[in-house]
Write a protein that binds this ligand. Structure first.
Ligand SMILES: Cc1cc2nc3c(=O)[nH]c(=O)nc-3n(C[C@H](O)[C@H](O)[C@H](O)COP(=O)(O)OP(=O)(O)OC[C@H]3O[C@@H](n4cnc5c(N)ncnc54)[C@H](O)[C@@H]3O)c2cc1C
Length: 252
């Protein structure tokens, strides 16, 4: 292990959709400090599994527990290892935290979280953190899933939307066999919001989804500096300093 490795162990690993599992991790000793919206890099203790980036899917907790939402990529070494081999008690290594997918502390206006598939991970951490803040800001979560089987925490979001005045939940199903249309979030934003002047916008998930959301948010009046993006690029192999190449994700 390098000096930056932080040892964690798996508390549970459960499927939350047909292609996404949720990994609950607890620190062996001291937890890694991080802020909502950031990501970590995950590997096994001996670094035999390629190091891959995963957004933390919960706001920081006092017990240091971390949740990750991992989409299974066919023939992908790290996501397959997570899905097939990690069980309660397995040891893993985290490095980090990394990333700047975080709110501007000077902003006080409403927040729009746009997420597709496992892109929900940083959006969920941000929603928990923003709504728990001493001065909460209104939060809208707009989630894109293929079908109702691909939604994550649907009951929780509905409950929050019904019980909290500062939280709104919107959902689109892009490939649901029962739905007459399969609208995508970038196409729905103008009708749902009209004007995003004064909003802080976060888009996370597959590159095409994120780029499309950011372009429409800017066209609707959000300031470029207030539009944050987290693209789930594929990592180069082996890890190098070169920019990762974008891929089409299968979970938008
Ligand atoms: C900042 C950041 C945050 C991220 N957060 C998350 C997260 O929270 N959850 C999550 O699941 N992933 C996340 N990712 C993606 C993750 O880091 C890995 O790229 C992903 O898990 C695939 O790793 P792998 O080793 O299994 O497959 P790889 O070896 O990376 O890929 C195997 C092959 O599949 C292709 N491929 C990769 N991804 C896909 C895909 N989605 N659909 C189709 N083909 C693909 C690759 O081009 C390659 O040919 C994030 C990436 C970044 C950069």
């Amino acid at each position: 292990m390098s000096s930056h490795d932080v040892p964690y162990h798996v508390l549970s690993n459960r499927s939350v959709t047909p292609v996404i599992c949720e990994l609950q991790l607890a620190p062996d000793e001291a937890a890694m400090p991080y802020r909502a919206g950031q990501y970590v890099q995950l590997s096994d203790r001996l670094h035999e599994v390629p190091l891959r980036s995963y957004s933390v899917a919960n706001a920081p907790r006092s017990d240091g527990r971390i949740s990750l939402l991992v989409t299974r990529v066919p023939d992908g070494p790290t996501s397959s290892w997570v899905h097939e081999q990690l069980r309660a008690g397995s040891g893993v290594t985290l490095t980090g935290p990394y990333g700047t997918f975080m709110p501007d502390p000077d902003q006080t206006g409403p927040v729009l979280l746009l997420a597709a598939g496992s892109g929900l991970a940083p959006a969920r951490a941000l929603a928990e953190s923003l709504l728990d803040a001493s001065r909460p800001r209104p939060v809208t979560l707009f989630f894109s899933a293929r079908s109702s089987a691909d939604t994550i925490d649907h009951a929780r979001w509905l409950d929050w939307a019904n019980t909290r005045r500062d939280f709104r939940y919107l959902l689109t199903l892009t490939r649901d066999p029962g739905a007459p249309e399969h609208p995508r979030i970038p196409d729905l934003l103008p009708g749902a919001f009209g004007d995003l002047t004064g909003w802080e916008v976060f888009a996370s998930g597959p590159s095409g989804f994120v780029v499309g959301c950011a372009a429409v948010a800017e066209a609707l009046g959000a300031e470029r500096a207030a539009i944050h993006t987290e693209e789930f690029f594929t990592e180069p192999q082996p890890w190098t300093a070169h920019a990762p190449a974008p891929v089409e994700r299968r979970d938008d």
